[in-house]
Design a protein. Structure first.
Ligand SMILES: Nc1ncnc2c1ncn2[C@@H]1O[C@H](COP(=O)(O)OP(=O)(O)OP(=O)(O)O)[C@@H](O)[C@H]1O
Length: 307
């Protein structure tokens, strides 16, 4: 059997914070990514996504644990062109044109096809544009093109669509999907739940440097099973329901109470049987809601009550 594309085993990375205290930014992550998977790496700010990606690419070493890409040391795999990355920042030369940039980097990869890469990254019409005149999203696409030059088997993307509008984001993911269909493994860090939902086969959520959920988008949803029941009703009735063991949390938004529940049928019976609730709605929880619950960072709407 060929080795997995990525294998992180009990990986720990510690830093020193501003007060001089050591803390684990990555706190024992185990992660295997099979060849050909598209994996979304989700987590709130400071969860440890970039630190994990830096270790994965051999840019920094773990304090504990091991990292292997295709059964090799990360730096070996990166140097051979088997692995490429689009990071949040990355040097582009502002005075070069898009085409010159791709050709220049292409010359470092014998056998690469800069023209094909320009087309694949959606940059064909921007060939003569100077990098300095490209939008943030266009510059990200250029970084993507550069990452494709070596014909990588694993592409690691750290928030690749930051700065892109909705259309550019859709085009970008269409291109990535095409590449993945040819067998490329893709791991991307994102804050956009919708991107994970639409483009990933698998979602790994991290928080506080640990994996808090791992599965397909639907697995993660059902592992965090539950629905949101919302209705208009009076405050006292809402408070009574919020105390019920059926209810995980209750939020007042836009004049409606939203109950996060493990048993929407039972809660509906209570709402209809025991209260004067109106305009009742039941909705599946979004990945974002699941994520918020998992990381215990449920947002509370300012000025409105929560219990
Ligand atoms: N070189 C460093 N020195 C000290 N602390 C660091 C260093 N790099 C990262 N950290 C801290 O480690 C934690 C994890 O950071 P990391 O950048 O990996 O998170 P992230 O999930 O990528 O966040 P974001 O979504 O904001 O990019 C944060 O608390 C961050 O402040």
């Amino acid at each position: 059997m060929s080795p997995d594309a990525v294998r992180l085993s009990a990986v720990v990375k510690r830093f020193t914070d501003a007060k001089g205290n050591r803390f684990s930014a990555v706190d024992g992550i185990d992660l295997r990514i099979r060849r050909g998977e598209i994996l979304a790496f989700l987590g709130p700010n400071g969860a440890g996504k970039t630190t994990t990606i830096d270790m994965l690419l051999g840019l920094t070493r773990p304090d504990e644990g091991t990292v292997e890409l295709f059964g090799r040391e990360p730096q070996q795999a990166v140097r051979s062109g088997q692995v490429a990355a689009v990071l949040q920042t990355g040097g582009l030369l502002p005075d070069l044109t898009v085409e010159a940039t791709v050709r220049m980097l292409g010359s470092l990869h014998p056998g690469s096809d800069p023209d094909a890469v320009l087309v694949r990254a959606g940059l064909d019409k921007l060939r003569s544009r100077r990098v300095a005149e490209c939008s943030g999203g266009e510059q990200q696409r250029l970084r993507f093109a550069l990452a494709l030059l070596s014909g990588p088997e694993l592409l690691v993307l750290d928030e690749p669509t930051a700065g892109m509008d909705v259309g550019a984001r859709r085009d970008f993911w269409a291109t990535v999907r095409e590449d993945a269909a040819r067998g490329m493994t893709v791991m991307f860090a994102t804050h956009y739940m919708e991107e994970a939902d639409r483009f990933a086969d698998r979602v790994v959520m991290i928080d506080g440097g640990r994996v808090v959920a791992d599965g397909s988008v639907s697995d993660v949803r059902s592992a965090l099973s539950g629905r949101t029941v919302s209705a208009r009703l009076d405050e006292q009735a809402a408070a009574t329901l919020a105390d019920s063991p059926l209810v995980r949390s209750c939020t007042l938004r836009g004049g409606r109470y939203h109950f996060d529940t493990t048993d929407s049928d039972a809660l509906l019976r209570l709402l209809i049987g025991r209260t004067a609730a109106t305009e009742i709605e039941v909705t599946p929880r979004s990945l974002e809601e699941a994520f918020m619950t998992i990381t215990s960072r449920h947002s509370r709407t300012a000025g409105e009550g929560t219990s």
